[in-house]
Design a protein around this ligand. Sequence first.
Ligand SMILES: [Zn+2]
Length: 307
Amino acid sequence: MQQTLRTFVTVEGTGLHSGALIAMTLRPAPAGHGIVFLRTDVTDRDNRVPALWNRVVDTRLCTVVGNEAGVSVGTVEHLMAALRGCGVDNLLIEIDGPEVPVMDGSSLPFVRLIEQAGVIAQAAPRRVIRILETVVVEQDGKRASLSPSEVGLFGGEIVFDHPQIGAQSYSTPLVNGNFIHELASARTFGFLHEVEYLQAQGLALGGSLDNAIVLDAERVVNPDGLRHPDEFIRHKLLDAVGDLYLAGAPILGAYEGSRAGHALNNALLHALFAAPQAWEYVLIGNASGDAFLPVPGVAEIPDALPA
Ligand SMILES: [Zn+2]
């Protein structure tokens, strides 16, 4: 069945790129509504922005969705990943600024927020996208693909010429709370010279060691180090979970990303929807038997981050 939150829940946090303090309220929404942002600070034009692949207007630093009135919401991917990982289909997200608060740079604060509100089943079957044929996009040595699979599966690899990253690969099926346990806590990352450059351009103004892994030429600058030795690839897969949830429905298929990012993930959805023979909608009527989209229980939310 489709799911939404049991009640509304509010959070405040810094916008990564604007540096502004932003309040966000997640409100339950009816079956068939989907995930929709509402910019409450914009009152002179259309302030609704559906969280959909064909509304993506920028992917350079994060994934930004916008509407025809030019109203946009940035940094949606970590929240979208939490919604996918927790099986939330319908939500109205009120937000009083141009981007989702970055929180700690991962999805875990959003998972905890969803769990705080609680998830309830709705009286309508869930529509999922089943992959029937492999779809591939490639650009500049980067690659992303979706292939048929009996479960939602996310895998990938990255290669960075940095002693703390190097080559990392990871793969996990989205079953049994794996998103929450294995991906949700992985933080975004950046290099010190890039952060300094971005901030000189008036970007990443909210960026700090509290909301990103920062690397200098040799090491991780954050005093507490990493949450996982392979936190970097885990975060890339978290991003992919969020970016692909902009399909408007969970995807039943295997994602594989090689050095992929937000732009390629969005290109993959464009390629998928341009190939009608490569997928079909399937209705799933039983939330408890829905093995690839677990409902998180309280016990599944770790009180502390993984060591
Ligand atoms: Zn990210």
